[in-house]
Design a protein around this ligand. Structure first.
Ligand code: CP
Ligand code: NVA
Length: 324
């Protein structure tokens, strides 16, 4: 299986004349202009409400169906993608991987080729990033990353939309990430480069973001600083972000909680940020661990706008994938 997007080549069975589907696998795979257009569409879609205006809808959307495969639990991703497809005018179906032959060993490659004959796009929340890439390699329809252990690009697109709603264009602003250098942090790193903002991460050394993302940011000359001091990261920042200390599929919960205890976001830390700073968390949140109740429920918190914007950002991502 391919382990990175760079290794993603077309599968041998796909005829040379087949145009490449518009996959949404990672923010780093798309150019800044395309990403900007998607965010602008997300803002417009939110304004337009439940019925997406014709101009933003892909052609023949009424015939388009998205299959959603889940190898891990989900509330927001599952519901927002389903509703996004309905609001665009198409359809969606949810597939738990254990209900598919995939769950008893059918290959990802065969699953991709079979689903490509039935539906028009696949969103997958995968245990392994390699599964996402294998699916994209063999599918002849767009594949969307609904979270893997390596990244969560749809979440961060919604976060960019949320930031801009509250504080205007994100270009040139400063975002602080405090906590685990996990999948969501990696998508923030990709976004910092593509949207041109400063990102300061504070993580325990053992939980720094993975080397592949760090190297990519270096090559792209991104304004991304990775350290271990939460106060330094947060000082003057426009936005403070954190996430759970124990991501889905991780078993070393006790060790992580010990390492991450000094990285809890509380009011004292928030006071170091800019006066009008916002607080973000992709949810689900664990109160009293990565964030205190008063910050999560306080006036700087925009967590439910973020959750809502999954719907609007994904309508824009889906519209792009389906050719709008
Ligand atoms: N933030 C997020 O992806 O939530 P779910 O796990 O509920 O989909
Ligand atoms: N980092 C978390 C995000 C959940 C939406 C996880 O992977 O479990």
């Amino acid at each position: 299986m391919p382990s990175s997007t760079q290794e993603l080549e077309k599968a041998p069975h796909v005829m040379a004349s087949t145009p490449s589907p518009r996959h949404f696998l990672d923010i780093c795979d798309l150019d800044s202009k395309t990403l900007r257009r998607i965010i602008d569409a997300a803002h417009a879609m939110k304004k337009a409400g439940k019925r997406v205006p014709k101009d933003y809808r892909p052609k023949h959307i009424e015939d388009i169906v998205l299959a959603m495969i889940f190898e891990k639990p989900s509330t927001r991703t599952r519901v927002s993608f389903d509703i996004a497809m309905r609001q665009l005018g198409g359809g969606a179906l949810t597939l738990n991987h254990m209900d598919l032959q995939l769950g008893r060993g059918e290959s990802v490659a065969d699953t991709a080729r079979v689903l490509s004959r039935y539906v028009d796009g696949i969103m997958i929340r995968a245990n392994a990033h390699a599964t996402l890439l294998e699916l994209a390699k063999y599918a002849t329809i767009p594949v969307i990353n609904g979270l893997t252990e390596k990244s969560h690009p749809c979440q961060v697109m919604a976060d960019i939309q949320t930031f801009e709603e509250h504080l205007g264009p994100i270009e040139g602003k400063t975002v602080a990430w405090v906590g685990d250098g996990n999948n969501v942090a990696v998508s923030w790193m990709h976004a910092a480069v593509r949207f041109g903002f400063k990102l300061r991460l504070a993580c325990p050394k053992a939980l720094f973001p993975e080397d592949e993302a760090v190297e990519w940011v270096k090559r792209e000359k991104g304004d991304v600083e990775i350290g271990t001091d939460p106060e330094r990261a947060v000082k003057g920042a426009d936005c403070v972000v954190t996430d759970t200390w124990v991501s889905m599929g991780q078993s070393d919960a006790d060790e992580r909680k010990k390492m991450l205890a000094p990285y809890a976001v509380d009011e004292k830390l928030m006071r170091k940020a800019a006066k009008n700073a916002i607080f973000m968390h992709c949810l689900p949140a664990y109160r009293g661990h990565e964030v205190t109740e008063d910050v999560l429920e306080g006036p700087q918190s925009v967590i439910f706008d973020e959750a809502e914007n999954r719907l609007h950002a994904q309508k824009a991502i889906l519209a792009w994938c389906f050719g709008a």
